[in-house]
Design a protein around this ligand. Structure first.
Ligand code: HEC
Length: 151
């Protein structure tokens, strides 16, 4: 990161209230609670789809989650590791459902939601995935992330 972008990141952190609120009091801007409380969701199929989405290059943008995140088969370090991420947020937020709702929003618009890794927040490095993936793909990514054990 250049000094200028570091300065911008710090400025955003200290002076601008995050659109999505705080981690303890975040806003479900993307209506994720309704998605994760629907009846008859096929979790196994979603997990499989999520793994596929995470490891496949997105044609519109030319990246995949693996380009920046540590996960099975890849040791990228630009973003936080995916290992144990679902469990970390479930513990912090008090339930798996809260963690899923938060992850869905975070992935949809990363720079609106400060998370456990505040050092990165507002960096603008991660793309707003709502522009690249369908809600079902993001739902699948979340279910996949929830299955990854801590290292
Ligand atoms: C160009 C690099 C890049 C790509 C590609 C990328 N991310 Fe990220 N991601 C980051 C960075 C940097 C952060 C930290 C930003 C923050 O927390 O505000 C982050 C944060 C996250 C977080 C929060 C993690 C935590 O521990 O708080 C999740 C979840 C996440 N990304 C999921 C994804 C998914 C799913 C994909 C693929 C659809 C993806 N990312 C693609 C760079 C990337």
């Amino acid at each position: 990161m250049t000094p200028v972008s570091l300065m911008v990141a710090c400025w955003q952190q200290s002076n601008v209230a995050a659109r999505g609120g705080t981690l303890d009091n975040f806003k479900d801007l993307y209506g994720a609670e309704a998605i994760f409380t629907r009846e008859s969701r096929d979790i196994a199929a979603l997990v499989k789809r999520g793994e596929q989405v995470a490891t496949t290059v997105n044609e519109k943008a030319g990246f995949r989650c693996q380009s920046c995140h540590r996960m099975p088969g890849c040791n990228a370090i630009t973003g936080p590791s995916f290992y144990g991420v679902g469990k970390r947020y479930a513990e912090r937020l008090g339930s798996e459902l809260r963690a899923k709702v938060w992850l869905f929003n975070k992935i949809s618009e990363p720079d609106a939601f400060p998370g456990l890794n505040s050092a990165y927040f507002g960096s603008g490095i991660m793309f707003p995935m709502k522009d690249y993936y369908s809600p079902t793909d993001i739902e699948a990514l979340v279910e996949y992330l929830m299955t990854l054990p801590a290292e």
